[in-house]
Design a protein around this ligand. Structure first.
Ligand code: ATP
Length: 322
């Protein structure tokens, strides 16, 4: 990929936010993870990550006004540093780097901004250090860093199984427009999963009759109508086939979000959906003009942070070598 070019002093990679068009969640496993069957789509909100040679790991974070920068660690616990260290270790290198993250993706919004930074760092360091890591190894390392990191490398649309880290590209021939409605108060992903567990019975209560057969707990699956909607670009079919098993638990924890949903419907969205574990809300629109109208109506009803964004967009990609 780097060919005969002189070594770069820095590399900048852009990575997109993800949404889950379908998030099917199974009953928690003994290792604490929930089996997922999800359909990811990359949407046009981005973080940029610059990496440069350095003697010690250093990370700085800047961002757009709407980004809660105080919540992003600027030390070794930043997932971008973990990504860098993991890649260096994979190649048996004692190297370090300076990482500058510029965030456009809201923090703790269910848009996987941290995962985007991890994926961007993997790709940027691979190029800076001319490592030529195979795609399979990059995806495997990404999966070790976090469930959403492999998809941030891939972009477009994809199915995700396991914890979400086992990704397969999906044909997406649509030109979709969403309004992403941010929320100033983040929602903890583990808290939403805990509440999902509370609302999802895993055992029969003593009042129920004892079954003669063991209770079958079905694994989550991907709806065929959704795959068809993406393949054909049919926005009405998409509107009818999106869904998120974390939506009810999240709304139970954050009843204030119900107003965002009703405002979205009133603003004319074709469908409303919680993004991942929330609190970001997604409004499906017919096209770019419709998305601008819906965003305007949402702002008028008090939702300050609304972004009309296209989808699908590319996965992590180099934007400059300096
Ligand atoms: P997840 O579902 O993975 O929690 P999310 O989209 O809800 O994703 P993120 O924006 O990825 O949330 O941030 C989750 C938490 O991860 C933050 O509250 C922050 O403390 C921590 N974090 C670590 N590194 C980063 C990073 N580079 N960017 C954002 N958050 C980070």
């Amino acid at each position: 990929m780097t060919g005969d070019r002189a070594p770069s002093r820095s590399v900048t990679v852009r990575a997109a936010a993800k949404i889950n068009l379908h998030l099917g969640v199974g009953v928690v496993r003994s290792d604490g993870f929930h089996p997922l069957a999800t359909v990811y789509q990359a949407v046009g909100l981005y973080d940029d990550v610059l990496v440069a040679e350095a003697d010690a790991w250093l990370v700085t974070v800047t961002g757009a006004d709407h980004v809660a920068l105080a919540e992003v660690p600027q030390d070794d616990s930043n997932i971008a540093v973990r990504a860098g260290r993991t890649l260096a270790a994979h190649h048996g290198l004692e190297k370090a780097a300076r990482i500058e993250i510029h965030k456009g993706i809201p923090v703790a919004g269910g848009l996987a901004g941290g995962s985007a930074d991890a994926a961007a760092t993997l790709l940027a360091l691979d190029r800076l250090w001319s490592l030529e890591t195979s795609d399979a190894d990059l995806l495997r390392i990404a999966g070790e860093l976090g469930s959403d990191v492999p998809f941030a490398l891939l972009g477009g649309a994809a199915t995700g199984h396991g914890r979400g880290e086992l990704v397969e590209p999906l044909q997406d021939n649509g030109v979709w427009w969403w309004v992403v409605v941010g929320n100033d108060t983040g929602l903890s992903t583990p808290a939403v999963y805990r509440h999902f567990d509370e609302l999802t019975p895993t055992e029969l209560t003593p009042t129920e009759p004892t079954p003669t057969e063991p209770v079958e707990v079905r694994d989550p699956t991907i709806p065929e109508a959704l795959v068809e909607a993406l393949r054909t670009g049919d926005v009405d079919l998409l509107a009818a086939s999106i869904g998120n098993d974390l939506q009810e638990p999240a709304l139970d924890l954050r009843p204030d979000l119900r107003r965002t949903f009703s405002d979205g419907a009133e603003a004319g969205a074709l469908a409303t959906l919680l993004s991942g574990s929330g609190p970001t809300v997604l409004l499906l629109c017919r096209d770019a003009v419709h998305a601008r109208e819906v965003a305007g109506a949402m702002r008028a009803s008090g939702h300050e942070h609304c972004w009309p964004v296209p989808a699908p967009v590319a996965g992590a990609h180099v934007v400059s070598y300096d």
